[in-house]
Design a protein around this ligand. Structure first.
Ligand SMILES: Nc1ncnc2c1ncn2[C@@H]1O[C@H](COP(=O)(O)OP(=O)(O)OP(=O)(O)O)[C@@H](O)[C@H]1O
Ligand SMILES: [Mg+2]
Length: 303
């Protein structure tokens, strides 16, 4: 159960009405269509959604690599729209860390795990490098890989070293785009658990993008993106039944945006023949939604 008495933590990530339009050969693709998302400091959130729904586009913006067409976005209190070039470099070095799907994109192949970590820290001028590298490799349970190059590690080990490198400069936010995309099921579960471990141990706000529907078994909050917007969320919590036994409860919610818009599931719309407009009624503890019976057709009025 959420503790309602504790003060609301700061938002680590705040996206409001985020739009990203790509133009390729004169054709416009609306990858993000007014996306709203708030992630609190220290939270671990999974982002799921069909291929092409806008997940990587969102991560590209949050990582400071790409800029939105419209809307606002801030990460760890920094407004990403107003960052100058120098500030952007600083943001990418110190505020966010990222892990990509391709194991080869995360680590330099001619350096060992320890050297990959040392390089990331020397570029950002982080101090106490040897101690920090050893601690991170230990935390991710890849201390035995310290002196190995990526080709001498398994896919799962490479991704866990990549997480260590992403955390080298103590970022506030850790972003991962399909970090388990190239791994088998058992190794994926290990890498997801490793991310959950660093989130818990270091308190780093973590966002994991994935196709993997089983990811929601590892995290307390899963946000689904559909057509460039956040559509539904699944929240998991520990519940206690009448016998006092603990069990996991997963509940699905529709996302309500800042101005009160929500998306009804397609299947509800078809079942009740809802389109164009609905009737709303405020009841004591809920809101009723009814299809609007269109009288104009039956009255023969086609105006
Ligand atoms: N640089 C680009 N130029 C043109 N269109 C793009 C570009 N990047 C993404 N898109 C388009 O934007 C939409 C969203 O793409 P995005 O990569 O964010 O999807 P995704 O949810 O990450 O998909 P996947 O699960 O396949 O990785 C897609 O229709 C894609 O073709
Ligand atoms: Mg993607």
């Amino acid at each position: 159960m959420t503790d309602v008495t504790s003060p609301a933590p700061d938002a680590a990530i705040r996206c409001a009405d985020l739009v990203r339009i790509f133009t390729a050969d004169g054709v416009e693709v609306q990858a993000l269509q007014g996306l709203n998302l708030r992630v609190d400091s220290g939270e671990l959130v999974a982002i799921v959604g069909a291929s092409g729904s806008g997940k990587s586009t969102l991560l590209g913006i949050l990582s400071g690599l790409d800029k939105p067409t419209a809307g606002s976005v801030s990460v760890a209190g920094r407004d990403l729209l107003t960052l100058g070039n120098r500030e952007r470099v600083d943001y990418r070095r110190h505020t966010v860390g990222f892990v990509w799907q391709q194991t080869s994109r995360n680590l330099l192949g001619y350096l060992t795990a320890r050297e990959n970590l040392a390089l990331a820290m020397s570029v950002a001028r982080t101090g106490d490098r040897d101690r920090r590298a050893a601690e991170l490799l230990e935390l991710l349970e890849v201390a035995h890989c310290a002196d190995r190059r990526p080709t001498e590690m398994s896919g799962g080990e490479q991704q866990r070293v990549a997480i260590a490198v992403a955390l080298a400069n103590e970022p506030r936010v850790l972003l991962a785009d399909e970090p388990t995309g190239e791994l088998d099921e058992a190794t994926s579960a290990e890498v997801l658990e490793a991310m959950r471990g660093v989130n818990r141990e270091l308190g780093v706000t973590t966002l994991i993008v994935t196709h993997d529907p089983t990811v929601s078994e590892h995290v307390a909050r899963t946000v689904q993106i559909r057509d460039g917007r956040t559509a539904t969320e699944v929240l998991r919590r520990t519940g206690v039944n009448e016998h006092g036994d603990e069990h996991m409860v997963a509940e699905e919610f529709a996302v309500l945006d800042r101005v009160g818009r929500l998306q009804l599931p397609q299947e509800y719309l078809t079942t009740l023949g809802m389109r164009d407009r609905v009737r709303l009624a405020l009841e004591q503890d809920h809101v009723g939604v009814w299809p609007h019976e269109d009288r104009r057709e039956s009255d023969g009025d086609d105006s």
